[in-house]
Design a protein around this ligand. Sequence first.
Ligand code: SAM
Length: 335
Amino acid sequence: MKFIFELSKEHKTLPAAEILACLRAEKINYKVIESNEDVLVVDTDVKESNIKKLASRLSLTFYIDEMLFSCPPSTIEIKKYAIENHIKKNGSIAIRCKNRSNTIDSRPIVQTLADIYSKERRVTLENPDIEVRGLITNSTAYIGLKVSEVNRSYFENRKAQHRPFFSPISLHPKLARVMVNLSAIKKGETLLDPFCGTGGILIEAGLIGARVIGSDIEDKMVEGCKKNLDFYDITDYELFCSDIGDIAKHAAEIDAVVTDFPYGKATTTKGEDIRKLYERAFENISCVLKENGRAVIGLSNKDMLPLGEKYFSLVEKHGFRAHRSLTRYFAVFQK
Ligand SMILES: C[S@@+](CC[C@H](N)C(=O)[O-])C[C@H]1O[C@@H](n2cnc3c(N)ncnc32)[C@H](O)[C@@H]1O
C-alpha cells in the first residue's frame, strides 16, 4: 500500500528525514516512491494502525493519506485516473484540496473528484467516513484517502513561555521533537540529554514514551527541568547536575543522545572555549552511547562537525536559519 505524507515545507530536508527515521524506529519496511519538498510517498505493507501511530509522533507533516493516484494536475488527467481508481470503502464522503500551486485553480479539480467519487454517497463535511484529499502542486496532483492528521497545535501549546520554568534558550517544541525523531528512539528506550537546560528535548522524548535522563551544569536548570517534566506528567525520568565530563559516572548503555550544545551567547559555556567544550562533549557522549546508537546534536557552527566525526560517523546534517545572525545545524551521528 502506498502512503502520501503531506509535508509542512517548513524546511527543505527535515520533514522527510523525520519520517524516514520514524519508519526505522517503528521497524516498518518501506520503499521511497517519491520525495520532494511537498510530499514523501512510500510503499509499505504496514497496517493502517501503525501509520496512525507514526502520525502521533511526527511534527513536520500535516496529513498522511492512503494513495489513490498521482498525475499531472489537469482535470482531464484527474478524471481519467479517478475513474480507474475506485474507493472500496462504503460511507459518507468529503473532498478536500490543498492547493500549493500558484498557477492552477483547484476548484474544477475538486468538482471533478466530487463528480466521480460522491456518486451514490452522502456528502458531508462533518465527520465523513471517507475524506478524499488532493494536494496540488504546479507539476502534480496527489490524490489519496486521509488516514491521519498530525495535531500540530500540541506543539504550539508547549512553547517555552507556557511552561512553569521558562528560558528563551529552549528550542521550539516542533524542532525538539524533530531532533528526538531523528534519533530513531523507540518507546521504552532510554534517551539522554546531557545539556538539558529547561528540558525542551526531554519533554518531547518523554511524550513519545521514551525513558529520559537529563543533566546540566547549572543547578537551577536541573530544578527547572524537573518542574517542566512534572508539568507534562512525564514520570519515567532521572535528572542530575553534572559537568559534561562526568556523565559516565551517572549513565551508561544509552540508546540515543539528543542534545542542543551551548553556543556561548544566550547559553553559557561557563567561560570554556567552545571547541574544547565540544571536544569533551563528543568524547563523553561516545562513552555512554550504545554501539550503533544515534547522537543528534544541535550546533551553531558547522566547522565543529569534524570534532564529532572523530568518535562517530556522520549520517546526515540539516542547516537552518534560526534568526538573521544565527544558522543552526542538526547533525545526526551514529556510533
Ligand atoms: C542550549 S542550552 C540547552 C537548552 C535546552 N535544550 C532547553 O530546552 O532548555 C545548553 C545548556 O548547557 C548547559 N551547559 C553549559 N556548559 C555545560 C557543561 N560544561 N556541562 C553540562 N552542561 C553545560 C547550560 O547550562 C545550558 O542549560
